[in-house]
Design a protein around this ligand. Structure first.
Ligand SMILES: [Zn+2]
Length: 305
């Protein structure tokens, strides 16, 4: 029978496996969401063709006073609203955060982000990509009619994230709960809308592998994430909310350099040391040669005297 320490270690490892699965899911969805948003943007843009550029940045200047919005921003808002699954949600958008004059800015990332973020519940920054954050992606898939993923699947994914990660200050997960979570995530990635995307398909297979306890030990992503979560827990042992925030950053890749270790870093330092010692050795050799040369010439000159 496993000891208490072994059991808590196993549950912590399960927690890390869940974080890894959420991170993989988020990364697996990025390409699909980006392609979809680019296409939706193009469709809206085509319908708004012929309108002049906005000069007032209406969403910022007039916020919800839509009568004052210019014709261009009115048209864009109207077309964006057609994609809102729940019509009432459009009136809950915090327009002051958005830059409506960017909407018509063409097929640029900033314009696409500004449109896509209208569908993200309580969007904090419309300038950043929706794919930068796990919850934002799920919110977009829920609220935007461009996507037709079953609502129950999305609700289950949100529950997995919230119950077992975001509101879980124990940093542990039971084995049966982990398998249940992985079932939800793999089922979601394998649904009709996502299974045609090769990245989603690859991620689906990776999540399925995580269900097998024997395979988890060899998953490189788990090996990378585990020490980071462990050191965060030690560093902020009395502040679980900070740990959860930092772990959320790991899932969302907000601190990429922190997440991904540089594999050749130590070799770089070693190479630097070798170069330094070679330089010292050569310089020392030159110095010795110089002294010897000077010594020889002194001897020659002494002999000639
Ligand atoms: Zn305007």
């Amino acid at each position: 029978m496993a000891s208490g320490l072994d059991q808590s270690e196993t549950k912590f490892n399960n927690y890390v496996a869940l974080i890894t699965a959420l991170k993989l899911t988020k990364e697996g969805l990025e390409e699909y969401v980006n392609i979809a948003m680019k296409d939706m943007y193009k469709k809206i843009s085509n319908k708004c063709r012929g309108y002049l550029d906005c000069r007032d940045n209406c969403s910022k200047m007039h916020v919800a006073n839509f009568d004052k919005w210019c014709d261009t921003c009115k048209k864009w808002r109207e077309e964006i609203a057609l994609y809102m699954r729940n019509k009432k949600r459009i009136s809950g958008v915090h327009w002051n955060k958005f830059e409506s004059m960017i909407w018509s800015g063409g097929d640029k990332l900033t314009a696409i982000n500004q449109v896509a973020n209208v569908f993200v519940h309580e969007c904090r920054n419309p300038m950043v990509s929706v794919t930068d954050d796990f919850s934002s992606i799920i919110s977009l898939l829920e609220n935007c009619k461009y996507f037709s993923i079953e609502r129950t699947l999305l609700l289950n994914v949100r529950e997995v994230r919230n119950i077992y990660f975001a509101h879980n200050g124990t940093f542990t997960v039971e084995e049966n709960d982990l398998v249940k979570c992985l079932d939800v995530l793999s089922g979601f990635l394998n649904n009709r809308s996502l299974q045609a995307n090769s990245k989603c398909k690859q991620t689906y297979k990776k999540i399925c592998d995580l269900k097998l306890k024997s395979k988890r030990e060899n998953v490189i992503e788990i090996s990378n994430i585990s020490p980071m979560v462990y050191s965060l827990m030690r560093l902020h042992h009395d502040k679980p909310t900070i740990v959860l925030e930092r772990v959320d950053d790991i899932i969302s890749n907000k601190h990429y350099t922190f997440v991904k270790r540089k594999p050749y870093r130590r070799y770089d330092i070693l190479l630097l040391f070798i170069c330094f010692f070679c330089y010292q050795f050569i310089m020392h050799g030159n110095l010795t040669d110089d002294i010897e040369d000077k010594g020889n010439s002194l001897m020659v000159s002494n002999a000639s005297i």
